[in-house]
Design a binder for this molecule. Structure first.
Ligand code: 2M8
Length: 422
């Protein structure tokens, strides 16, 4: 089975290769997405390390002068109306939003897969200053709460776009009228998703309102002009991992690792101090505008388990094993609390289980000495992919596949799991 699965996963990535990067899916997502490319590179490194470097390089080449890495880089060869909101909406060749910072981790792992090839290409010396500027943008410009954590100004920035955690802050946003939306994600002619699996029109109206407002104020990152501002535990945890990776990258290329070690420690302290809820046994996001904790149990609250030296790993594992996430029984790690009345097994980030967040929890289990649970989760992820194919996400109760087929990060992370035994 292993050889077949590996071959099938590599074929998905080959079919989705667009020349210098990989599209997340040929149907739903025809451009380059930021954190998708990082996960894709983590898998590609096992079958085509040169392509993995190209994947990251092409994203880094789209970096803005202020350091941000855009959440989507549009392919000029793709018709302008193939995805909404596309280049016409943004008036640029990229979106102006960002996504979680998985890139430095990916760059380091891509280097380790083929040090000779990477050294020959000058991969890390070229990537390092760009990654450092990216992290500086997040830490300086996006610390909207002034407490040392990154704030997100749009649900799309979280990667878990439709998370129930965002319902309360989104409720305050005036939606763009449905008639004005040109949703492409629901177009059946283009082989797209069913409405029951995607965000509602009301949510889309709010996403578009927030994105247009950010664009129209020239991407100014200020709390008082943001209609949405949240501190997300997953984004901040991933920045900790990214700074740990920068420590290793700096050492490899002869730069000073100390600032990255300091940044990782500071961010870990702020993450635990500000977003961990001991009573809940998980990390919870915070709404900066309303000054309240967003008390939805989501997978984003478990992902900090991937942070090394996390002082609260024990209770977090307990929460993952408990009734809300049912690690060891569920198929992968559900995106949302299985016991919540509004849990939905098929709708976007409101219940289904995804491979990237499950892979991060798997890494966390390994990092904190939970080898048995890690091996079990790995086996479940591989079994699901073997049965359902490389689907975008799965029903955590049945393992049935949902969303796009031949989804790139699913194939990539399966390759990574296959390359790692435990
Ligand atoms: C989903 O997000 C896009 C917007 O960025 C969409 O719904 O159209 C999310 O799952 C996000 O995490 C992912 O990066 C993107 C592409 O796979 O799709």
């Amino acid at each position: 089975m292993t050889g077949e699965l590996r071959g099938a996963a590599a074929r998905v990535l080959a079919a989705n290769w667009a020349g210098a990067w990989t599209v997340p899916s040929r149907t739903l997502y025809p451009h380059q997405w930021s954190w998708d490319s990082a996960f894709i590179a983590l898998g590609l490194r096992h079958v085509a390390p040169g392509r993995a470097r190209q994947e990251l390089n092409s994203l880094l080449a789209a970096q803005w002068a202020d350091g941000r890495l855009p959440h989507i880089v549009f392919d000029p060869a793709v018709p302008a109306d193939a995805y909404f909101p596309g280049p016409g909406f943004w008036g640029a060749r990229t979106s102006g939003l960002v996504q979680p910072p998985v890139h430095a981790l990916a760059a380091w792992e891509v280097f380790r897969a083929d040090p000779a090839g990477a050294r020959h290409d000058g991969f890390l010396p070229a990537a390092y200053p760009r990654l450092a500027a990216w992290h500086r943008y997040l830490r300086d410009r996006r610390d909207l709460g002034g407490d040392g954590l990154v704030a997100l100004i749009h649900p799309w920035e979280s990667g878990t776009d439709n998370s129930p955690a965002w319902d309360a802050p989104l409720a305050a946003v005036d939606p763009v009228p449905i008639g004005a939306l040109q949703r492409r994600d629901l177009d059946p002619a283009a082989g797209h998703a069913t409405a029951a699996e995607r965000p509602t029109d009301l949510d889309y109206g709010r996403y578009v309102r927030l994105a247009a407002a950010y664009r129209d104020r020239g991407y100014a990152d200020t709390l008082d002009t943001s209609g949405f501002a949240v501190e997300d535990p997953m984004t901040n945890a991933l920045l900790v991992l990214a700074e740990h990776a920068m420590t290793a990258i700096a050492a490899e290329i002869g730069a000073d690792p100390a600032p990255h070690r300091t940044a990782a420690a500071e961010l870990t302290g702020a993450l635990v101090g500000r977003l961990y809820d001991a009573d809940a046994g998980t990390f919870l996001a915070r709404d900066l505008l309303a000054g309240r904790v967003l008390d939805a149990y989501t997978v984003a609250g478990l992902v900090p388990l991937a942070v090394p030296d996390l002082p609260v790993a024990g209770p977090l594992v307990k929460t993952a094993l408990g009734e809300r996430f049912q690690l060891g029984t569920a198929h992968l790690v559900p995106s949302y609390d299985l016991t919540a009345p509004d849990f939905d097994p098929a709708r976007y980030w409101r219940g289904p289980a995804w491979y990237n967040t499950s892979w991060l929890v798997w890494r966390g289990l390994r990092a904190h000495g939970e080898a048995g649970h890690a091996a079990d989760l790995r086996a479940r992820m591989l079994a699901c992919a073997a049965r359902a194919g490389f689907r975008e996400y799965v029903d955590p109760h049945t393992g049935a596949g949902h969303g796009s087929a031949d989804f790139s990060w699913t194939a990539a992370l399966v390759l990574d799991l296959l390359a790692t035994r435990a």
